[in-house]
Structures are given as structure tokens and as C-alpha cells.
Design a protein around this ligand. Structure first.
Ligand SMILES: [Zn+2]
Length: 306
């Protein structure tokens, strides 16, 4: 954890925004170029983020601040980061259209909600990126992959208890996460995104489209053997607790667009035809496999790229 990551954190127990650091092991980075940076920026490997108000201590383990309500089981033992079989089998590749949109937002500070294995990390065009996931294994993998870059901050945190200060982000990105929440939790999460957002900030989310046409299409494709049974993305037993139609995202205040998701694109290599489908999905999201919700995006920021 970089020392300046403290600027973003609030205590999830009492809401206090003035936390401090108790380091047990930290180092100055050798590869910093200017002498000022050498003395002012530190990377904390082990220690605690401490709330002076309620005295809660959040451990920093292998560079990862664990900002969860219950951190009792979290020790400085690396075994803690052992993945479950569910985590090992998880994969998410970037959906082309969604990545392309991200590349267009030239903002200062962005938040990647439930970043998983960091499928979209390299698409952000911001100065500072704050990413979190509830899985320490995923965050560990992200840091391994991305290295310790001082413009990127990684946290272990829960989407239902986001530990960051209000008015801190110019862009909030939440991909393939809302469908895993219960419907009342979706509303709470979107409310929190709105509070975290700075004036004129952008929110971008995406969820599977559960329209009747899409459902029929997925069932047909599964029947024809294009999807394996476990890739049939709308099965509630795979952890989808909320299903979305275009109007559901509109009710939550989003402008809704659509595109083809990465699973289908991979299964059916139709090449340039998918570009055409993305164009149709953008204007007629009800026909798209993936729904994209946008808030605060003007035409200037999303020029037509077709
Ligand atoms: Zn506190």
C-alpha cells in the first residue's frame, strides 16, 4: 500500500475519514527518479490502517489493506490468500466495447469496483486508479501482474461496504458485479456510487441483458453446444441474484446502451460481424447480450467509434 492511498479511506465501522497508518514494515522504493519522491513516497508491506475514533485496526498484508468489517481471521500468514476452487476457475476477459469506452475517459481519479483479476486495469486512462475486490487472492494476483505502480492503489473491500470518502472519484466503473447482488443491494450500491462521485463524474456499469430474446438466444446456443452448461450465464445457482432489463437500468438513472459480451464473441468467431452487432446493440440495447449503463457521459466523451 502506498502511503498516499490513505487519502481515500474512511473507517467502515464509524465513518471517520481521518485514519492513520501504523507500519510494521515499509520500504522506500529504489526506482523512484527524483530525490523528493524518494523521501516522500513509501510502500507499506505490513502494518495497520487505524481509526483513532473507534480504534478499529485494519491489517495491511503483503501490501494489501484489508478494509473489511470482520478481519479477525486475517493474519499475516500468506496462506490466507489461498484461493478457493471457485476463484481458481474464475475468468473474465474484457468485453471489447466496454474496454474501448473506458479508454475514452481522460479523468483524474477512477474507481474499479470489484475488479476481480483486473481484466480492465490496462484500459483506464486516469492519473490515479483505485481498485478493490473482496477476494485477497484476486488482489494479490493484480499486484503481481501490474507491479507496484504509485498511480494504482489496491484494496481488499466489500462492494456492500465501500471504505472510501465521498466526492473522491471522477469515474466509477463496475463491470459484471451488480448481477451478483440482491435487488435491494443493487439500489444501495448505486446510491453509494453516487455519493463517491465528484461533480460531473461518470459512472459506467454493465450487466447481462435478461430480455426474452436474449434468454431464448442463450438457451438455443446452449442447446446447440456453443455454451457449456456452466457458462449459461443467467443461472441463479452461478451466483446471479438480480436480473436486468433495459428499463431496470433506466429506473436506476442510467442511459442504457448495449454490446455483445466477451463469452459469445469468443464462442462464435464472426469477426467483423460482431462490430456490426455492437453498433446495433449500442442503439437498440434490448437486442444486446450485455447492457451498459452510463451516467454523466456526454457525447464529447463518447464519440461514435463505429
Ligand atoms: Zn472508526
Amino acid at each position: 500500500m502506498w502511503r498516499d492511498a490513505l487519502n481515500y479511506i474512511t473507517c467502515i465501522s464509524c465513518g471517520n475519514p481521518d485514519m492513520y497508518l501504523k507500519e510494521t514494515f515499509f520500504r522506500f522504493e529504489d526506482d523512484m527518479t527524483s530525490p523528493e519522491q524518494k523521501t516522500s513516497i513509501e510502500y507499506i508491506d505490513e502494518g495497520f490502517v487505524v481509526c483513532p475514533k473507534c480504534e478499529k485496526e485494519y491489517p495491511i498484508i503483503a501490501g494489501m489493506p484489508v478494509l473489511l468489517e470482520d478481519t479477525k481471521g486475517y493474519t499475516f500468514d500468506i496462506d490466507f490468500f489461498k484461493p478457493s476452487s471457485e476463484h481458481l476457475s474464475y475468468s473474465l476477459e474484457p468485453t471489447k466495447k466496454i474496454g474501448r469506452l473506458l479508454q475514452k475517459y481522460k479523468v483524474d481519479t477512477a474507481l474499479d469496483v470489484a475488479c476481480g483479476l483486473g481484466a480492465y486495469t490496462s484500459y483506464f486512462a486516469c492519473n490515479t486508479l483505485v481498485s478493490f475486490d473482496i477476494s485477497p487472492y484476486f488482489i494479490m494476483k493484480c499486484i503481481e501482474k501490474e507491479g507496484r505502480d504509485s498511480g494504482r492503489h489496491w484494496f481488499v473491500a466489500d462492494v456492500m461496504n465501500i471504505p472510501f470518502k465521498n466526492d473522491s472519484f471522477d469515474l466509477i466503473f463496475a463491470s459484471s458485479i451488480l448481477e451478483h447482488l440482491e435487488p435491494h443491494e443493487v439500489k444501495l450500491a448505486i446510491g453509494k456510487f453516487n455519493s463517491l462521485l465528484r461533480n460531473e463524474g461518470i459512472i459506467q456499469i454493465d450487466v447481462p441483458n435478461n430480455s426474452r430474446t436474449q434468454d431464448l438466444l442463450r438457451k438455443t446456443m446452449t442447446h446447440l453446444g456453443f455454451y457449456d452448461d456452466d457458462e449459461f450465464v443467467d443461472h441463479p445457482e452461478l451466483g446471479h441474484h438480480s436480473l436486468f432489463l433495459r428499463k431496470d437500468l433506466e429506473k436506476l438513472g442510467f442511459d442504457v446502451h448495449g454490446c455483445i459480451g466477451w463469452v459469445t464473441r469468443q464462442k462464435l468467431p464472426l469477426g467483423v460481424l460482431w462490430e456490426f452487432y455492437d453498433l446495433i446493440g449500442w442503439y437498440l440495447p434490448s437486442l444486446a447480450g450485455t447492457l451498459i449503463g452510463l451516467k454523466g457521459v456526454t457525447n464529447r466523451e463518447v464519440p461514435n467509434d463505429h
